[in-house]
Design a protein around this ligand. Structure first.
Ligand SMILES: Nc1ncnc2c1ncn2[C@@H]1O[C@H](COP(=O)(O)OP(=O)(O)OP(=O)(O)O)[C@@H](O)[C@H]1O
Ligand SMILES: [Mg+2]
Length: 395
């Protein structure tokens, strides 16, 4: 069928033709944002899930809801090689300037700016030059200790107080939160703890790979009290069918039941894969009924595209020893595995695998669902590893 009219949208963060199966989360988001705006407290969200389940798409949808509720939003994507401070500074500066342009009188915005300036001074000590031309004196000692867990809460409180004075609520959205350093995550958690105590109108909604197991001590117990951790998972069979059927129906096209069953069997309901199979099936079909045969004919193209894009970009960033570690996990199957079993396949001591495991976690390839276990963050990566690497590598 006409590829130009293809409704499916495989791709990182590409909005799907229909955001299926996330209604209750979006309703909860509405409640959270509306409550915070009225100065009532409510637990924020930390959306966690594997690669390609639709976290970024959800975070974008949440930003839209926040916009509709007249929030000021700050959206950042965390990064392996960039600190939280550097990501936040330009966005908060922009936010304070836009608050400054609002009419209501008050001096909290000016104070917000001088605390931001102080925070920049604190960051400068550690990370070199950051100049943002804030024409204002830094408030000495406000947020310049250089200790994130002290400075960030102070900065965010000053920003929230400035917003409150203008009758505005703020939503900070952070994608790929697992890339933040642990002290940055705990600084955010501390900040939200203070926010709740003072009932300030600032919410934090984050998304990423599961991080809770990595937190410890105070941050962990605060995190559990302050946040909900909605698990963003694959779609149910019914939702997966809708994600495929509804978008094509508009054009008078239909998947047969057998075709839908086969796609579900292959994708396990993972949104990224549903989009990819839907996309190829549409292009392969010559008639408005997409049958099992079309799915079977499209599958090798889908696998090739996934191998070349979705999987390959991640694979190419790995060193030989990291590849071997993942290959050993793949040998054991798709679920979580004990570190000891992985070491046994590689014929080495568990203790010798610590560094490679840490690097794979940092790269977002694996995570620890429970202590001592390791699992893939990318669905179906075990199949891919066996295809891409029939043999273990030397080195
Ligand atoms: N609820 C949904 N229904 C149908 N398709 C969806 C849904 N959510 C996401 N998708 C599709 O899945 C793909 C992946 O979405 P997205 O990039 O948001 O995932 P992600 O969880 O952020 O992945 P990553 O961890 O790699 O960043 C996109 O092509 C998107 O269109
Ligand atoms: Mg994403």
């Amino acid at each position: 069928m006409d590829p130009i009219k293809n409704p499916f949208s495989p791709g990182a963060g590409s909005p799907p033709p229909e955001l299926v199966g996330r209604d209750s989360l979006l309703t909860q988001t509405n409640i959270l944002l509306a409550r915070v705006k009225q100065g009532r407290s409510e637990k924020s969200f930390l959306l966690t899930g594997l690669r390609g389940v639709g976290k970024t798409v959800l975070l974008n949808a949440i930003e839209q809801i926040a916009d509709e509720l007249e929030y000021k939003t700050v959206f950042i994507e965390a990064h392996e090689n960039k600190t939280l401070g550097l990501l936040l500074i330009p966005k908060l500066r922009q936010l304070l300037f836009s608050l400054d342009r609002m009419l209501n009188a008050g001096d909290k915005v000016r104070r917000g700016m001088s605390v931001l300036k102080s925070f920049i001074n604190g960051v400068k000590i550690k990370y070199g030059d950051v100049e943002f031309g804030l024409d204002i004196e830094a408030e000495q000692g406000a947020a310049d200790s250089g200790d994130m867990e002290v400075d960030l809460p102070n900065l965010l409180i000053a920003v929230a107080e400035a917003a409150q004075e203008k009758g505005i609520a703020v939503a900070i959205l952070i994608d790929e939160i697992q890339y933040l350093a642990l002290n940055e995550i705990s600084a955010l958690i501390m900040a939200m703890h203070k926010m709740q105590q003072r009932q300030l109108p600032l919410v934090l909604i984050a998304a990423g790979l599961p991080i809770l197991p990595a937190l410890a001590g105070e941050s962990k117990s605060y995190a559990e009290r302050l946040f909900q951790f909605p698990d963003i998972g694959p779609l149910s069979k019914e939702d997966a069918d809708r994600a495929l059927q509804d978008p094509v129906k508009i054009s008078g096209v239909e998947f047969t039941k057998e075709a839908l069953d086969e796609i579900f069997r292959l994708t396990h309901g993972y949104p990224y894969f549903l989009q990819e199979w839907g996309y190829q099936a549409w292009n392969h079909a010559e008639e408005p009924v997409i049958s099992l045969k079309i799915i079977q004919e499209s599958t090798s193209d889908v696998i090739r595209r996934l191998d070349e894009n979705f999987f390959r970009v991640r694979f190419d960033r790995l060193t030989p020893s990291e590849k071997n570690y993942l290959r050993a996990m793949a040998q054991l199957g798709s679920e979580a595995h004990r570190s000891g079993d992985i070491a046994a396949i590689l014929g080495v001591k568990v203790s010798s695998l610590g560094p490679v495991r840490a690097k794979l976690i940092k790269k977002g390839m694996i995570y620890s669902p429970i202590h001592g276990d390791m699992a893939f963050t990318v669905p179906l990566f075990d199949d891919f590893m066996r295809r891409a690497m029939p043999e273990f590598q030397n080195g």
